[in-house]
Design a protein around this ligand. Sequence first.
Ligand code: SF4
Length: 298
Amino acid sequence: MKILLQFPEGLKQKAFEEADKLQKEGHHVFISSSPCYGACDLCLDEARALKVDKIIHFGHSEYLQEKPEISVEYVEWKVDVPIDNLSAILPHLKGVKKLALVTTVQHIHQLPEMKKFLEKNGISVLMGKGCFAKYEGQVLGCDPTAALSVAEHADCILFIGTGKFHPTSILSEKPVYAFDPFSKTFTDLSPEIKKLGKRRQGALAKALDAKTFGILISTKPGQFCPHIAEWAKKELEAKGKKAYLLVSNELNPISLENFRKIECYINTACPRLSEDTEMFSKPILNAVDLKELLGLWG
Ligand code: SF4
């Protein structure tokens, strides 16, 4: 069988081991060397060019709503959390009676154990289900619904895992805490989340005066939203603005900056791109922000 292997950046060092295993079984193996940011980012172009029978995508759970024409096997990468380390959270949760618990796919298999630990210590646990995320209690950088759908009934939101990328997607009025179960570090992320909100308001204020817009479309399978881009163009033109549809697989700020007349970007790809404000010299708004901008123009 012709197989194409795909790994996110943090797992690329495992690629040769996996390729060797499959080659020993008699398969013809290719490894995608393109960057991979999420399960939204399936290497379908390489798979089509090589006419492979299947893609094996490592490290993420299934994401796409529509099945692609090429068979995709998802191999989740489980990382065990030292559950005993969770006792380091307890001094920070004094007074919390009920919380919304979330994690990433690497630790999702231990979510029941984490829940049990918190409940044994007198804290009720709520878990919601995301729109794109496969599992209850799982958050993605673009899908915080597992937390937000239950947040109103909780005193706070607790993310157990590593890094800030996932928990800072949880734009909630409730306190958002992150606990790294390996370093036992507890962080209150609410100030950072508020800062992101302020940055968005700043981008909106700058966009108010823009006359020429670049609407960003990514062809990555889970980010490809041409219908939203066409809607944005129509709405902008109806307000007397110039709007151009800019399409690529990977949205590169350096290439985009060469379209010098653009005064503001409307992003229809990964929503987290709009946080890379230091990479872009112009305001970048997500499609949902455009609705607010249209309202501000009246
Ligand atoms: S769209 Fe962005 S946040 Fe969502 S899975 Fe893809 S890379 Fe991650």
